[in-house]
Design a protein around this ligand. Sequence first.
Ligand SMILES: Cc1cc2nc3c(=O)[nH]c(=O)nc-3n(C[C@H](O)[C@H](O)[C@H](O)COP(=O)(O)OP(=O)(O)OC[C@H]3O[C@@H](n4cnc5c(N)ncnc54)[C@H](O)[C@@H]3O)c2cc1C
Length: 464
Amino acid sequence: MDPLKALADAERMPYWLDRPGAPEPSPRLTNDTTADLAVIGGGFSGLWTALMAKERDPSRDVVLLEGKSIGWAASGRNGGFCAASLTHGLLNGLARWPDELPTLERLGQENLDEIEATVERYGIRCSFERTGEMNVATEEWQLEGLREAERAARDLGSEPVYLDRDQVRAEVNSPTYLGALWERDAVAMVDPARLAWGLRDACLRMGVRVFEHTPARSVSDAGERLDIVTPHGTVRARRVALGTGVFPPLLRRLRHFLVPVYDYVLMTEPLPDHKLAEIGWRNRQGIGDSANQFHYYRLTDDNRILWGGYDAVYHNGGLIKDGYDQRDATFEKLARNFFTTFPQLDGVRFTHRWGGVIDTCSRFAAFYGTAYRSRLAYAVGYTGLGVGATRFGANVMLDLLGGESTERTRLRMVRTKPVPFPPEPARSGVIQLTRWSIARADAHEGRRNLWLRTLDAMGLGFDS
Ligand SMILES: Cc1cc2nc3c(=O)[nH]c(=O)nc-3n(C[C@H](O)[C@H](O)[C@H](O)COP(=O)(O)OP(=O)(O)OC[C@H]3O[C@@H](n4cnc5c(N)ncnc54)[C@H](O)[C@@H]3O)c2cc1C
């Protein structure tokens, strides 16, 4: 079937948010109030912060303010790969924090274990499946990268499984696969919207006061406390945590470090058993391919395939607009690449297509800090790998607000910032040149041009 026909009836909205089970929204804030801790942002970052603040000290009065509804943004529309990595992958961690990497990997594994335990403890029904992730090579030049990742993982004590061409095709049958590296324990698949809704429920059960459709307009110093102004009431809080992701930050200084990058996703109809049998995929692992412009894909609990990635789009000027969530040129490219990977699925249709915006920073791993004499903390810049890492970042924010020196706050990764992006219009020029160079490298056996090598040497990059 023509890939465009397969797309013809796809709804233009995130599959995960278009399902039964969405909670009734919490009320807006309509009066002035006080709090020990005000958390701004109702994605994973804010939800984990509010929940763990209560778990650490149930007597603490915690307010959560969300500008729209819980989980509507990146947290409710992502691929649902919940990874242990805190560093946007092992090789990025190795390049930036080689000495700290063993600690970062251990803390990341512990973080994923604790996410699993939390899901269990609160009975969150988010189809959590710890099936790992398999990185596949679809070009010869990518095999060396897989071997490098295998060596790095083994040096750190984990035991990834290297699969040659026949072994990987026996696992998941695509004519494009040449080899793979499967990390069995380091990633879980989740239904992200249901995880967000479940965390909201857990927050409410712990006594967090949640206000939706309540955008925070400003934060200012009010002596002992900080004032957060919203359209119909002010919160006067002892401490503030910002989990606002890529959206215009309430702290101006963060603007230098974050750029909005759009990422796009398709979802198929549920595959009939005979179609799934043609592919295999019995171990249900998440899959990513190994080019710089990569696809990520996975099965859902009813055996649909979520298929996303490849294009990472920056709109000049750094604008965030609802209209950017749809991009037909990208959907068509994704659909074509899907059928190249799985020609056996000819005839399968897509039911949903959508996009979302990612908080990219130049080091690809979140950064952290405080303001207002350590009464406000932030954690942003997760760059496309925040489903799991936001929980770690939430713990960092709570440590910082408590004035505690912990293993987490002493990390160099936590104490340092990424290289800032230049201001516009230079920012657009630099990013578009980098995107062009990345696409060119993929087309030329991974060879990085002078521009990319210069950025590598400066520790700068662009990714999703
Ligand atoms: C298409 C796509 C696919 C992805 N796939 C994966 C994946 O498979 N695995 C992975 O690990 N990561 C993935 N990511 C990234 C992941 O979704 C994010 O890293 C993570 O959800 C970030 O959570 P967050 O809470 O920081 O941000 P968000 O989910 O963006 O939440 C921020 C919230 O803050 C609110 N807010 C902002 N400003 C204010 C304000 N002033 N007042 C009140 N509220 C405010 C917003 O309304 C929003 O709800 C993907 C992202 C996208 C877009």
